[in-house]
Design a protein around this ligand. Structure first.
Ligand code: AMP
Length: 216
């Protein structure tokens, strides 16, 4: 199953995507995580992407297509994948369709996480992120160790530069201008769009995701 997660920053795509991927036993592919790891490691990809990311702007489509194709062609993705934040422009949506067609696959479901902007700003202003595993935390301070047992070396919690208020505003605007049209693209092209109410406890939202996909 290939599942695309759509929605504004802070809607919970990463958290729900991780749970869904574990449940389906497929990888979660998150371009944001790949890019942040590249920035952290100072690779050419990271150097190219850093300025746009810090501003809250999108990284060019061709860079994203490269990451997407490599991840989809990997052996881990043979059974499917959960794509978190990978499709943010209509050229990326058509690029993904073509890349999947080359692998005799298609997008099976698109989950759109609906949530109001006030809640997003509230969530993002209280978020820290592990600089190693990239998981988000709420109510924990920068500088603390991540503490999750499943990765070594331990990561440190940091505030993402793009979670600062100016960058958050920019990301919301980028979402409205460039990513919202992707919703219409999927509505028209694939007929696989499901709306998920993203407000509420993690488990409630997870249940809505499972219901939308017909998982028990
Ligand atoms: P995220 O972790 O998904 O919020 O992504 C963080 C940042 O990485 C975004 O604000 C963009 O600068 C960049 N990025 C991640 N995925 C994409 C994408 N599919 N297209 C363009 N830029 C992206």
């Amino acid at each position: 199953m290939i599942i695309v997660l759509l929605g504004p920053p802070g809607a919970g795509k990463g958290t729900q995507g991780e749970r869904l991927a574990a449940r389906l036993d497929v990888p979660k592919i998150a371009t944001g995580d790949v890019l942040r790891a590249a920035v952290r490691d100072g690779t050419p990809l990271g150097l190219e992407a850093k300025a746009a990311m810090d501003r809250g702007d999108l990284v060019p489509d061709d860079v994203i297509m490269g990451i997407m194709k490599e991840a989809l062609a990997g052996p881990n993705a043979a059974k499917g994948a959960v794509l978190d934040g990978v499709v943010r422009t209509t050229p990326q949506a058509s690029g993904l369709r073509d890349a999947l067609a080359d692998l005799s696959k298609k997008v099976d479901a698109v989950l759109l996480f609906d949530i109001d902007e006030e809640e997003l700003v509230r969530r993002l202003s209280g978020r820290t992120t592990c600089d190693f595993c990239q998981r988000p935390f709420f109510g924990r301070e920068p500088g603390e160790l991540c503490g999750l047992a499943d990765h070594d070396p331990q990561g440190t919690l940091v505030r993402r530069k793009d979670d600062e208020p100016d960058a958050v505003r920019k990301r919301m605007q980028v979402y409205r201008d460039q990513t919202a049209p992707v919703i219409d693209w999927y509505r028209a092209n694939d007929g696989v769009l499901h709306h998920i109410n993203a407000l509420g406890e993690l488990e409630e939202v997870e249940q809505r995701v499972n219901n939308a996909l017909g998982l028990r």
